[in-house]
Design a binder for this molecule. Structure first.
Ligand SMILES: Cc1cc2nc3c(=O)[nH]c(=O)nc-3n(C[C@H](O)[C@H](O)[C@H](O)COP(=O)(O)OP(=O)(O)OC[C@H]3O[C@@H](n4cnc5c(N)ncnc54)[C@H](O)[C@@H]3O)c2cc1C
Length: 477
């Protein structure tokens, strides 16, 4: 009865929205089903309506009515989340920001750009590059990831070792609250130094669409690096690679990119991309900025450093363009696991990307630990990540229709999270908690003796969203 009433309310709201926002609301089930599935294969409930918002007023109206009808609302950019944070779990309304894609203001003097939620990070960077700037947070999904999605998932990416995550680059936000009035708030500043009471901007960053609907963000800018040189080394021993990571950092290179894949993963990636050069062993990819006049010398020094830790092969490239074959090999990690999964297990297979982080000094223990866990649960795991900041992405494929296999996979993910916490790390570095890591969040806070923090999070959720209509069942449900 409860679900029946909830469905009826959602469909009534959908009709009301169709009337009030003509041409901006889609209720066709075929369209709605496109907004119910994440790339991992995780599937939710098709919404009763998809609102393609064009301005903050559309978002405000939708949230005001959703409050009145008590209907869940799910906020989406490109739906590329990997944690189950963007899929609708109940019948409700999706607000998609894909049509809110204006860059409102670009101020190089003040060092910021203001962009609407639906601007894709890749497009933003193409625009900024023309002026010699960049927005440095670059998830591997940069071609599709939107400003709103990246802000709310607290995204990181390949340049995380040097530039951190969204948390470090958002100056201010325009957002709509799920309250009686659909209130629009503006928090944060257009200046780097900003003490505006409690930091609501940072609270909303990474809140996974559970606190407020972000309609625009003021983002800090970075200058485009003048020149980037790249070295890729292949190590027979993990210990050698880990020592090289430590020394590259200690030597003050401040790598822009520091990526890793372990030897079995390199072998799969080679099979997938056939790179045309010899690649075997544990791979470390390092990109550093260098002035034109010192590029050759920096590469030589880097190359010597990597070899001194036992790298059996080191390739160097004097620019990002020339490094493309090396970078392509690293990027092949996810697609090669997807292909493997489809070949071996057939369609319907889920490919989950884990997202733990450990202090970089615990890398060897983490890699060995994940491999041994995967073996004991009988799974092939591909393992790599953004090693400069200790973020590892074990990738595991499993068949959710096979209850035994799904159960073992769930247990494996739980154990991997437990390992990360034991090593002083975290269960999620950049993908967020979503639905997949709620238990992990509890586990992590419990290990810190801080379950009270979880209670505070639940209270904050109620302050922002008194009726619990925004992305329910996610993060701290
Ligand atoms: C191949 C692949 C590689 C990836 N690599 C990385 C990586 O390197 N680093 C990384 O961090 N992530 C990565 N991701 C995950 C994901 O792409 C990023 O987190 C991305 O920033 C999400 O953007 P999106 O627009 O698709 O957001 P969505 O998936 O649509 O949404 C993400 C979250 O934000 C919320 N949200 C979306 N828009 C709004 C809004 N306007 N207001 C409030 N809440 C909103 C959603 O409800 C959801 O909780 C990868 C994903 C894939 C498929």
């Amino acid at each position: 009865m409860g679900a029946w009433w909830a469905g009826l309310r959602a469909r009534s709201l959908a009709e009301e929205l169709e009337r009030r926002l003509p041409g901006r609301v889609y209720t066709d089930p075929a369209v709605a089903s496109l907004y119910a599935r994440e790339p991992s294969g995780l599937e939710g409930r098709p919404p009763a309506a998809v609102v393609l918002a064009r301005e903050p007023g559309d978002v405000s109206l939708t949230l005001r009515l959703a409050y009145k009808f008590e209907v869940p609302v799910y906020l989406q950019g490109s739906l590329s989340s990997l944690s189950g944070s963007a899929v609708p779990l109940d019948e409700g309304i999706v607000i998609s920001f894909e049509k809110m894609s204006r860059v409102r203001e670009f101020s190089p003097v003040d060092g910021y750009v203001e962009a609407e939620a639906g601007v894709r990070l890749g497009e933003l960077n193409s625009l900024l590059a023309r002026e010699g700037y960049m927005f440095p947070v670059d998830p591997a999904s940069v071609a599709v990831a939107t400003v709103g999605g990246a802000v709310n998932s607290g995204a990181g990416g390949l340049r995380g070792a040097k530039y951190g995550t969204m948390r470090d680059w958002v100056l201010g936000l325009e957002a709509v609250l799920p309250d009686k009035r659909g209130s629009v708030i503006r928090v944060g500043c257009r200046v780097v130094k900003c003490r505006q009471g409690y930091d609501l901007t940072r609270l909303i960053v990474g809140s996974e669409g559970t606190l407020a609907a972000v309609t625009a963000a003021v983002l800090r800018l970075a200058r485009l690096p003048r020149r980037v040189v790249v070295a890729a080394a292949f190590f027979p021993e993990l210990e050698g690679l880990a020592a090289a990571v430590a020394e590259v950092k200690a030597a003050g290179y401040e790598p822009l990119i520091m990526e890793f894949m372990d030897a079995p993963t390199v072998a799969k990636a080679v099979e997938y991309v056939r790179p045309g050069f010899e690649a075997a062993g544990h791979m470390l990819l390092v990109a550093v900025e260098a002035a034109d006049c010192e590029a050759v010398e920096v590469l030589e020094r880097l190359s010597r450093l990597l070899s001194s830790h036992g790298a059996s092969r080191v390739y160097t490239a004097p620019s990002m363009r020339e490094a493309e074959p090396l970078i392509k090999l690293r990027r092949a990690m996810y697609p090669s696991q997807v292909r493997l999964a489809l070949e071996e297990k057939g369609p319907g297979t889920l490919v989950y990307v884990e997202d733990i982080a450990v202090p970089p000094s615990r890398l060897v223990e983490a890699v060995r630990g994940v491999r041994s866990l995967a073996e004991s649960y009988g799974f092939e795991v591909l393992l790599g990540g953004h090693v400069g900041d200790g973020n590892l992405h074990p990738i595991v494929a499993f068949d959710p229709r096979n209850p035994g296999e799904a159960g073992r996979a769930e247990q494996l993910f739980r154990e991997i999270m437990r390992l990360a916490v034991k090593l002083g790390g975290t269960v999620s570095a950049e993908h967020g908690i979503g639905v997949l890591k709620r238990e992990g969040l509890r586990m992590e806070l419990e290990a810190l003796g801080s379950l009270r923090a979880l209670e505070l999070m639940k209270q904050l959720k109620r302050v922002f969203d008194p009726k619990g209509i925004l992305n329910p069942h996610k993060v701290v449900w």
